[in-house]
Write a protein of this length. Structure first.
Length: 422
């Protein structure tokens, strides 16, 4: 794996839809020019004829951390309360991006650990062994797949299990410059089933998606992505993204806030010599109108609950084999101590799950600093990573540690993997 494969992968979630047609058709998906792929030309198969790209990889990781919370699941890959592993992760991507019919498939066993999300004590632990109760397998082997019909150079239409249009990171393991994604990625809209319209003109593009994002089974989420490429390759770009729930999803309980939220965000990427700079900021809120009188056990929130978050990935290519990425991050989620339902409506970091160690509470300010050097040789890579996290303003019992009263945690992780393709 050439160094640039991991270096530029951080812009992949933008590049999936935003790179110019010289790389692949906007809205068709794909890998861009910097992720290792094998290309096969298929002939005499009608609309399936053309260039097909194949990529993927395997990896495993070991993580150690301070102030561990109690575990409630078995077989989590725990060697000790503060030491866990996850092995056997594998993924494949298949893509065709020429002609009028485009095809994209991403599948396998993937993992997306997030900064600070290390408790399965009534919560989601992103460091638990993949396939365990704390980090279960998905319902099938497919992460996302979609077909795109492109009748014009100015627009196309896609349908299937679509990727999220939000953010500068991508929830797919090694396709980011750090092994832990930010909590911005963790709170944003998920891949979902639905149609998508894609419009593009010169350096600009617009994507509109109607889906059941957050896997709700209700098609009422409208998502959008506006991209402006600053150069011909698309490596430098500006984006605006977001979503809004056009209806109503479920009754108050876990995941209610995300499922019924609105979000607006901005991001960018610039490559300048050995430096890659990718900032992102977002504001996500739960409209008070989402809690209706007809909801079972509903109680109107006493305030508009929101989170405001920002992060930046700063990567420096030291040599052909070594690079270094630094990611500072801050998330603030507001709260109202007088509201008995504040945890349900205002705990964005852990999706409104009941308060317990490692779930965090409304009113929490979460900060982190992640430092990740990467060594790679051809397609083999090793990423040692350290993440310093801190929470302030949390309710006692919702921080880290056995009793949820610790305000800081340090995570050390080593990821080893091999990517397929050239």
């Amino acid at each position: 794996m050439k160094r640039k494969h991991l270096l530029y992968a951080l812009g992949l979630s933008v590049g999936v839809f935003a790179l110019p047609k010289a790389s692949f058709a906007v809205g068709a998906g794909g890998f861009g020019a910097n992720v290792p792929v094998d290309t096969v030309t298929i002939k005499d198969m009608g609309p399936l004829s053309g260039k097909w790209q194949f990529s993927g990889g395997i990896d495993g990781s070991m993580a150690a951390f301070t102030n561990a919370t109690p575990h409630t699941f078995s077989n989590i890959g725990g060697i000790s309360p503060n030491l866990q592993y996850s092995m056997g992760l594998a993924a494949v991507q298949i893509h065709k991006a020429d002609g009028w019919l485009h095809v994209t498939y991403w599948g396998g066993a993937w993992q997306t650990p997030a900064t600070g999300i290390t408790s399965d004590y009534g919560a989601f632990n992103s460091l638990d062994r993949f396939g365990s109760g704390g980090d279960p397998f998905p319902g099938g082997p497919t992460f996302k797949w979609w077909l795109t019909v492109q009748p014009s150079q100015y627009w196309s239409i896609s349908g299937g299990e679509m990727p999220s249009l939000e953010g500068t990171e991508i929830g797919f393991d090694w396709m980011n410059p750090t092994p832990l994604v930010s909590n911005l990625n963790n709170m944003q809209a998920t891949p979902a089933y639905g149609p998508q319209l894609n419009f593009f003109y010169g350096p600009a593009s617009l994507n509109l998606q109607w889906s059941d994002s957050y896997h709700t089974g209700r098609h009422n989420m409208l998502s959008y992505l506006v991209t402006y490429n600053l150069n011909a390759s698309g490596s430098d770009n500006l984006i605006a993204f977001g979503h809004t729930n056009m209806g109503h999803t479920g009754n108050p309980g876990p995941f209610f806030a995300e499922n019924n939220s609105s979000l607006i965000g901005f991001g960018a990427q610039w490559v300048w010599g050995p430096w890659t700079f990718s900032p992102e900021a977002e504001y996500q809120w739960l409209p008070r109108s989402s809690v209706q009188a007809g909801n079972a056990a509903a109680a109107a929130p006493l305030t508009t609950y929101y989170n405001a978050a920002a992060m930046v990935d700063l990567t420096y290519a030291i040599t052909k084999k070594w690079s270094l990425t630094v990611q500072p991050q801050i998330v603030y989620q507001n709260g109202d101590k007088a509201d008995p339902n504040a945890q349900t409506y205002g705990d964005w970091l852990q999706f409104g799950l009941p308060g317990a160690p490692g779930t965090f509470s409304p009113g929490t300010t979460f900060t982190s600093l992640q430092i990740c050097p990467t060594w790679d040789n051809d397609n083999f890579f090793i990423r040692p990573d350290v993440d310093f996290t801190n929470v302030a303003g949390f309710q006692p019992g919702t921080g880290w540690g056995k009793n949820g009263n610790n305000s800081s945690q340090v995570v050390g992780l080593v990821e080893v993997g091999y990517l397929f393709g050239k």
